[in-house]
Design a protein around this ligand. Sequence first.
Ligand code: IMP
Ligand code: MG
Length: 168
Amino acid sequence: MKLLLSEKEVQKKVEALAGKISQDFLGKEILLVGVLKGAFIFMADLARQMTIPVKMDFVRLASYGTGIRSSGKVKFTKDLETPLRGQNVIVVEDIIDTGITLKHLSQCLKARRPRSLKVVALLDKPGRREVNFHADYVGFRIDDHFVVGYGLDCAEEYRNLRGIYVLK
Ligand code: IMP
Ligand code: MG
């Protein structure tokens, strides 16, 4: 395993993202929607750096490479518990790879008529994109490596690492 982003670099970036989002939504309340499981640590840190009121909810989607890809639709294994109508929603994701997950998830959530819908992703691998998708807020653009740590796993391992590592 090789260190790609240190704990300090990650924390600095999360703080900057939270600052930017707080500024963009000044005077408003937002609902953070975390995509389980990968985003849980990023979401916890992001939420605690926000300077505006936030509510939180989570979705869990059918695992990578299965339901979503074959059906072309998002398959929720855990749906939101909060109605989205009239809310400023920010989807919080760990990493964008092919873009398939977030493209379909945001289409699906938009259909629920939130006031606004934005996406924040800590990591982005633009070189791997299979569908056209751009997040509104991106922490780091990285090369095409499989990474673990800070919520990201390989077969459920390494999520608790404080930095982000390339798996060799
Ligand atoms: P997408 O639909 O291909 O954009 O899938 C994104 C999802 O795949 C992320 O939410 C992760 O769960 C997973 N994923 C993609 N790349 C990595 C990686 O490098 N490490 C760990 N998980 C990844
Ligand atoms: Mg994920």
